[in-house]
Design a protein around this ligand. Sequence first.
Ligand SMILES: Cc1cc2nc3c(=O)[nH]c(=O)nc-3n(C[C@H](O)[C@H](O)[C@H](O)COP(=O)(O)OP(=O)(O)OC[C@H]3O[C@@H](n4cnc5c(N)ncnc54)[C@H](O)[C@@H]3O)c2cc1C
Ligand code: SF4
Length: 490
Amino acid sequence: MKSVNYSRIPIKRFNPEERIRGLDLPTIVPYTLDEVVAESSRCLGCGLCIQGCPARIDIPGYQIAMANGNIQEALKINFEKLPFVAVCGNVCPHPCEDVCVLDDNKGSIATRQIKKYVSENSEKYRDILKVKKNDLGGHPNVAIIGAGPAGLTTAFYLSINGINVDIYEATDKAGGMMIHGIPEFRLARNEVWKEIDHIISYGARIFYNKKVGKDVLFETLMEKYDSIFIGIGNWNPTKTRIKGEDYANVHHALEFLGRINNGEKIEVGKTVAVIGGGFTAFDAARISLRIGAEKVLVLYRRAKEDRPGYPSSNAEEELEEGEEEKVEFIWEVSPIEYTGENGKVNGIKYWKNEMVDNGKGRREPVPIKDKEYFLPVDTIVEATGQKGDFSFLPPGILEKLKMTPGGDVIVNQYNMTSYPGIFAGGDITNKRKDIISGVADAGRAAMGILVYLKSIGKIERVPYRLTNYERGPYSTTYYEIKDERAESLI
Ligand SMILES: Cc1cc2nc3c(=O)[nH]c(=O)nc-3n(C[C@H](O)[C@H](O)[C@H](O)COP(=O)(O)OP(=O)(O)OC[C@H]3O[C@@H](n4cnc5c(N)ncnc54)[C@H](O)[C@@H]3O)c2cc1C
Ligand code: SF4
């Protein structure tokens, strides 16, 4: 008799020596349908993972659907909370998998990889979802600032509820960091365009090259619209400000990745050093190999086990993918100075650090200053963080907007800021700073905006659910908020 195999179906990657030969050659080999069905069938249906997903997607619901090979139903369940199924199927850090009860036993359910299959095998979302627009008794106007995942998700859930949505986007493309930041070898652009086209097919308009504060004033939006959602992301680079940062071939990772992702060629020479340890540092390192670097080193100030995202299965996968491609890591170092000649950088002076437990939780890196080290390099990429740029807000609004000491906007349960009618979400509000958290913010904000619009008499009703399409038997949860309770939160 054949016994049931409860082990996780392994996720394969393409050969690292081959995949680094092109900017758009994918890293992960998709599951086959048989693999998806087998993997989904391992799900015990406990639902712990729902708590791990910031958007609280009904994961067991779509595992049951896929265990039955029902791709369309799995797509519909995802869309209750997430209009970026392909994006998250490829690059979500999948915190849901870290809380799976099977994690310590035979391997957590490969939720992200299953989502990838669902999206890549659902050609026409509109035909599958057959969304019926909710009629809320009014069609007010809402402005969204920024066409990143947070702004676009808000646009989706508002549009399908009959709200007129205008999105103001500073660049010539929608997608935010999904296009300008994340490299194509992790996220195929046709998948992103497919999802953005689907979102705007419900009526939201995008005005490109319209930076609020420069091309259109925030005050004008205040006059013209009934509510505003701010989803501008963190686009202001945080630099190290160490000596030598002005050399021509020292880049900030946002500028570096943005230029390469938009088709520009950058000469990096033989050796590239990346300063940092998060998503952006790994992407800057791996993209450098694909544009000609022979040796890439990541220098991070903390220890390997203190890097951003650790401990998580995503952090492990990220490191494995980099190591397979021969990215080298130098942990526990502090750059002192970038050296150079004729305006070009040629090396980094650095100290080694020791990690000190100061009793405040995360260990602190403290430089050991009695010995300096030197690393010859041709290019340096600083992946040392970024912040939101709120200079577009008039002083009267900025003063009233409550912020954290770190510069994030403070919002309530519905992602409304301290200024009534102005909502915010994505990297400028949440702590995790990933796509699924921005999507979760946007779902809450969309509901909050509807509640606000009703409170000012622009619509007659607030829906129980943001989506309104037929679903099959597999969904195990609903996200419904009763009208009266919702209003009391605003
Ligand atoms: C290199 C890199 C790799 C990453 N990898 C991952 C990953 O693997 N998985 C993951 O989940 N997350 C990843 N992230 C994080 C993720 O991309 C962000 O969390 C997410 O994009 C934030 O969404 P957002 O909508 O808040 O902002 P953004 O995506 O930053 O979009 C903001 C948009 O607002 C526009 N904008 C800004 N100011 C204005 C203005 N004044 N007027 C009009 N428009 C404006 C910008 O042009 C942009 O289009 C990565 C980030 C980077 C940089
Ligand atoms: S979006 Fe991410 S966290 Fe949520 S269920 Fe999918 S993989 Fe898990």
